[in-house]
Design a protein around this ligand. Structure first.
Ligand SMILES: *Cc1c(COP(=O)(O)O)cnc(C)c1O
Length: 407
């Protein structure tokens, strides 16, 4: 706990009224903006005059007023100086890494990360950009320290790892990184509001807004929160990864995301309340469940120190039923027989989603990488939804467990 309250922080912001005084901000759809005084054009292009310094917006791939407003809201929720939104979570991650790390330089990353990020670091960046990554168990501080070299620029972790839900010791990692001039970059997709990594020493927070922030599995988007200098660098006309690689978020989509932020807290709290209930029930039946809200979880105490308790322990839980065959049978019964949820990847949706991590979202990992990350073939990741009554959902779960002889 840090005393930082994301809900207060968002409510304390200067409100962005609509163009005609509307309670909602306007959607600025224009891709280009009129310069009233031609003499200011060179200053606008050089970045000396922006929308808040006597100039104007420039072009839609650069800052857009609606996306800019969403960026300010996201920064308020993370307690960062500045924020901006992108067209996907992976583009936010790619741009941050390309901005902070040059050819010949180095990343140290947790080995338990989102499959796409893993493939980016393991396969794409070495081949296309000459950037190497050393993967470590980020809970092992000695291993992290040993992996840092003179060329390391970024230490990369996820707040809650996918899918085993371990928690890195953010303050300790920040200290290790900062002692060597390395930036700590944290993917906070699994723990929005619950954990505010910047408050624990992180330099940059990235999100896939596709998950809890969208909440409806209908939008792909991402975000970057950090210093004003970082966002300025990312948007630089000559050297900015956001400006030049161009993963621009559509302002219409930025508006939709902004309208979902006021109830993000309510949703996260309910996802968490239900996930804790399921974790306790499954644990009570003697099943192998991983949930950081259970005192038996190895990182329960650590998350207790880092989290904002109002938002619970998160909406994700993992259940290891031993084999892929049993996992498939359970998911099939849960979806097709009991209508408990959907067999689909992704998370943060209002309905429950479930998938077998080893053969889906973590399939970029080799068998050796999978076992090193503790992802067994029978591990099912659940993103617990909030539709239906909790009682009804638990009955469905028990029924499917019985039908597949797991209890
Ligand atoms: C989904 C996800 C991403 C990638 O985000 P997209 O919006 O799909 O590009 C990155 N990190 C984590 C933890 C994710 O769950």
């Amino acid at each position: 706990m840090t005393g930082f309250d994301p809900i207060r922080s968002l409510a304390n912001m200067r409100h962005e009224f609509g163009e005609h005084g509307g309670v909602n901000m306007s959607i600025e759809t224009s891709t280009t903006f009129t310069v009233l005084d031609p003499a200011t054009m060179p200053d606008i292009f050089s970045g000396r005059r922006g929308p808040e310094t006597g100039g104007c917006f420039l072009y839609g791939r650069h800052f857009n007023p609606t996306v800019y407003a969403l960026g300010r809201e996201l920064a308020a929720l993370e307690g960062s100086e500045f924020g901006y939104a992108t067209a996907s979570g992976l583009s936010a991650i790619t741009c941050v890494l390309m901005q902070l790390v040059k050819t010949g330089e180095h990343i140290v990353s947790s080995h338990a990360i989102y499959g796409g990020t893993f493939a980016l670091m393991k396969d794409f960046l070495p081949l296309r950009a000459g950037i190497e990554t050393t993967f470590v168990d980020a809970s092992d501080l000695a291993a992290v320290e040993a992996a840092l070299t003179d060329r390391t620029r970024v230490l990369y972790v996820e707040t809650l790892t996918n899918p085993t839900l371990t928690v890195p010791d953010l303050p300790a990692l920040a200290e290790l990184a900062h002692a060597r001039g390395v930036k700590l970059v944290v993917d906070n997709t699994f723990a929005p509001l619950m954990v505010a990594p910047i408050q624990h020493g992180a330099d940059v927070v990235v999100h896939s807004l596709t998950k809890f922030v969208s909440g409806a599995s209908d939008i792909i988007a991402g975000s970057i929160c950090g210093t004003q200098e970082l966002i300025g660098d990312l948007m630089d006309l000559h050297g900015g990864a956001l400006m030049l690689l161009g993963p621009t978020l559509d302002p219409r989509i930025a508006f939709q995301l902004s309208m979902r932020l006021p109830h993000l807290g309510l949703r996260v709290t309910e996802h968490s309340r239900r996930a804790l209930f399921f974790a306790e029930q499954l644990d009570g039946l003697g099943l192998d469940v991983r949930y950081p809200g259970l005192p038996s979880h190895p990182h329960h105490e650590r998350l207790a120190r880092l989290r904002n308790p109002e938002f619970g322990w998160g909406g994700l839980l993992a259940l290891d039923v031993g084999t892929e065959e049993k996992a498939y049978a359970l998911m099939e019964a849960l979806q097709n027989r009991d209508r408990f949820g959907y067999l689909a990847v992704s998370l943060g949706y209002h309905h429950t989603l479930m998938s077998c991590s080893a053969s889906s979202t973590s399939s970029e990992l080799s068998d050796a990488d999978l076992s090193e990350a503790g992802i067994s073939p029978g591990l099912i990741r659940f993103s617990i939804g909030y539709t239906g009554s909790l009682e009804q959902r638990w009955e469905q779960m028990e029924d499917a467990l019985r039908a597949t002889k797991l209890i």
